[in-house]
Write a protein that binds this ligand. Structure first.
Ligand SMILES: [Zn+2]
Ligand SMILES: [Zn+2]
Length: 246
C-alpha cells in the first residue's frame, strides 16, 4: 500500500460541485495521518466555480488546521493554447498551481493534438506545478510528448484516484493509459503524485482504487513525491525548506 503524507488535489463546496468544507477536509486528513493537503478548487471558468477574488483571499487561511499543513492552491482550467483561467498575479499568490483539462470551461480544443499541445503549453508555464489527470479517456494525450515536456520543465504529473472511483458516473480512468504514463514517467524521471481529487471529505487521502494498477506498473513509494513532505517542500519552496516531523 502507498504511504502518502500529502493529498495534493482536493475540492470543497467552493468548487460548486464539491460537498465539504476546508475544515472538514483538514479534520479527515488529520484523522488519517496526513500532514498536508492542497486545496485546489477549480478555476473560475468551471460552471459554479469560485470567483477570481476567492483565490486572492486564500492568504487569510491558517497555515495549518488540525495539524495539517494547508497549501493554498487551484486546479486551473487549461484553455486554448494552454492559457489558464486565472491571472499570473493571482496564480503567483498561491502555494500550489495544478492545471487540467475539463468540460464546459470555454476552450475550443477538439482532438488529441489540441489537448496535447495545450497541456504542453501549460507545462511550460513556470507557475504550474502539476498537471491533473493526464491519463484521461475524455482528453487523450500524446502521453510520451507530455511526459518528455514534464521532464524538461520539471512539472509533476498526477495519478488521479477519483478517475477510478467505482461510484463515479463518468469514469475517466483507463488502466492502459495509466500504466503507460507510469512506465514513461519512470523512464524520463518525471515526478508523480498520487492524489484523491476528493470532492467530499471522506475521500481525502483515499487512493485505494488506483493502488493495484500502480503496483502492477511497478510504482513504489519512492516514485511518488507525496510520500514525503520534505520532497514536496523542496520542490515547491526550494529557498525555504521547512522541517515538519513525520
Ligand atoms: Zn480535474
Ligand atoms: Zn479536481
Amino acid at each position: 500500500m502507498y504511504n502518502i503524507k500529502a493529498d495534493l488535489h482536493t475540492h470543497t463546496v467552493n468548487s460548486g460541485h464539491g460537498y465539504s468544507t476546508i475544515d472538514e477536509l483538514a479534520r479527515t486528513a488529520s484523522d488519517r495521518g496526513l500532514k498536508m493537503i492542497a486545496i485546489t478548487e477549480h478555476g473560475p471558468n468551471m460552471p459554479g466555480g469560485p470567483h477570481k477574488y476567492y483565490f486572492s483571499n486564500m492568504s487569510i487561511l491558517p497555515a495549518e488546521i488540525y495539524g495539517v499543513r494547508i497549501l493554498k492552491g487551484i486546479e486551473a482550467n487549461i484553455l486554448d493554447r494552454g492559457k489558464l483561467d486565472l491571472s499570473k498575479e493571482r496564480l503567483k499568490s498561491l502555494d500550489f498551481v495544478a492545471a487540467g483539462l475539463h468540460f464546459n470551461t470555454g476552450h475550443n480544443l477538439i482532438n488529441k493534438k489540441d489537448y496535447t499541445n495545450a497541456t504542453i503549453e501549460a507545462i511550460k508555464n513556470p507557475l504550474v506545478h502539476m498537471i491533473t489527470h493526464p491519463a484521461n479517456i475524455y482528453y487523450p494525450l500524446d502521453i510520451e510528448k507530455v511526459v518528455k515536456a514534464a521532464s524538461l520543465y520539471d512539472v509533476i504529473l498526477e495519478l488521479n484516484a477519483s478517475s477510478f472511483h467505482p461510484f463515479k458516473k463518468q469514469s475517466r480512468g483507463s488502466v492502459n493509459l495509466t500504466t503507460r504514463l507510469c512506465k514513461l514517467a519512470k523512464q524520463y524521471g518525471v515526478r508523480l503524485s498520487l492524489n484523491s481529487d476528493a470532492h467530499f471529505h471522506t475521500q481525502v487521502g483515499k487512493i485505494q482504487h488506483l493502488s493495484p494498477i500502480l503496483k502492477k506498473a511497478e510504482i513504489d513509494n519512492e516514485d511518488l513525491i507525496n510520500t514525503s513532505i520534505e520532497k514536496i517542500e523542496t520542490f515547491l519552496f526550494p529557498n525555504k525548506v521547512r522541517k515538519i516531523s513525520v
